[in-house]
Design a protein around this ligand. Sequence first.
Ligand code: NAP
Length: 171
Amino acid sequence: MNKIIAIVATSSNRVIGVNNTIPWKIKEDMAWFRDHTWGHPVIMGRKTYESISNKLPGRHEIVVSRSIQGKNSAKSIEEAIGMARTKPLYTGGFKPEDRVLDNMPDKPDIFIAGGGEIYAQTIHLWDYLYITVVNKEMQGDTFFPNYENRMRLVDTVVKKEDYRIEVWSKM
Ligand SMILES: NC(=O)c1ccc[n+]([C@@H]2O[C@H](COP(=O)([O-])OP(=O)(O)OC[C@H]3O[C@@H](n4cnc5c(N)ncnc54)[C@H](OP(=O)(O)O)[C@@H]3O)[C@@H](O)[C@H]2O)c1
């Protein structure tokens, strides 16, 4: 069975967004997101999808929405996961000359990439959580749910002055 992995960046007080944007930009974290989701299906809510200016090349984006319809949209979380488990459709700026297919994983994981509503509704499904914690309190309007009581810390893979990246697993 494909693993279900939530991937997120939060402030130290759990903020993940403000005015439908992410209130920080950390290049290394963007690279971490790209490297780990590459070739995998990525599920996100309609608001997050609309907030991303560049679509995600080399990944099968699935947008959860009750209001929009399209070949990459799902009307429920269950439908999105079902789509992710079927043959991936690579969207975004994929071009055959990028040779993306050479780097595709044999067995894709399913990434949950937010936002707040989608994290809250899928937390019981996560096998792993990849979390970047920015060492700063911030003001925001969207928050990450409490995961500490259902998951355990497996590894701190990056530890910098400004942020750290942790891997958590379900208990
Ligand atoms: N820091 C991070 O790592 C990170 C990651 C992702 C997003 N974000 C931030 O999070 C914020 C967006 O989060 P959000 O909570 O406002 O919105 P969201 O979760 O991205 O999207 C919410 C939308 O998803 C659809 N939806 C939710 N539950 C559904 C269900 N059960 N079935 C069908 N559709 C469903 C609805 O779309 P319709 O209204 O179309 O029906 C709903 O309006 C932004 O600020 C974004 O930048 C941060």
